[in-house]
Ligand binder design. Structure first.
Ligand SMILES: [Zn+2]
Length: 138
């Protein structure tokens, strides 16, 4: 087998997607699905999305190391266990809450403040929308 370089984790970039956003999956097995972002990890560029990229494990029932009051080990239930697996941020697009479409994310500054204290907020890139994706008062 030829030597293949081990795949390095992505260089961290600033994520344009945050926990609590609604995203639309643009590629892969869950293409077209929408869901809420449950967690975002900027270090690995991975996010977990509710009901997207669900990994199902078939587990056998087994005793755990935790012992209950009668001295018997507690049983970890078996069966089909589904969990949301992390996926790459590039597979999703943020859905604009104003125009309800997947959108690219731009940044804008709040007006009327000193340059150093100005806060960036995210805006919808659709030219006819352009509204803020964050709650500005926060
Ligand atoms: Zn919009």
């Amino acid at each position: 087998m030829p030597f293949t370089k081990p795949s390095m984790p992505d260089k961290p970039v600033k994520l344009r997607i945050k926990k609590g956003d609604t995203v639309c999956v643009i590629t892969g097995k869950d293409k077209g699905r929408r869901g809420l972002v449950l967690s975002a990890s900027p270090k690995t560029n991975q996010i977990t999305v509710e009901d997207v990229n669900v990994a199902v494990r078939h587990r056998k029932e087994r005793p755990s190391k935790v012992v209950d009051s009668s001295g018997q080990p507690t049983i970890v239930p078996g069966g089909k266990i589904s969990s949301n697996a992390p996926m790459h941020v590039a597979k999703v697009m943020l859905v604009c809450p104003h125009c309800d479409r997947p959108t690219r994310v731009g940044y804008a500054y709040r007006d009327g403040e000193e340059k150093l204290s100005r806060r960036k907020y995210r805006v919808c890139k659709h030219p006819e929308c352009g509204k803020s994706l964050d709650s500005i008062d926060a």
